[in-house]
Design a protein. Sequence first.
Length: 147
Amino acid sequence: MIGAEAGQDGGADLRCGRRMAVRRGGTAMTAALILAGQVYLWAGAAVAALFLTWGIGRVEPHARGSYLFRPLLVPGCVLIWPLVLWRWRALEQGRDAGCARHRPPRVAQVRIGVALAVLVPLILGLGLVIRQDGPRERPPALLEAAQ
């Protein structure tokens, strides 16, 4: 009965046993990652609820009295809630210079943009030029038999 359940060769149950051992070891790590993700998202949901009901009107004067756009901000607030808390705290304490955040981009950003505009097409073109062709040393093989 055991041999019939294990399969025809006796080593199949050992391989399955090894796979199960790997899966058992992996499930603890998977469960920990899923729990960490759930805690992160629940914390984000709490921050989003607090910020969108109470905090956004305090830090952004144009958001006072406008409630229809706030549900659109929920996914972003949930995902980047540490940044939302940090900016909310900075704005509440008045450490944010209002005009400074609307400054034009810095010179380095312009240089990087120009460099990327030149390098990305160059790299893609070079990749197309030096790409390898298919194997030429072997003749093509028929995958299905002719009927």
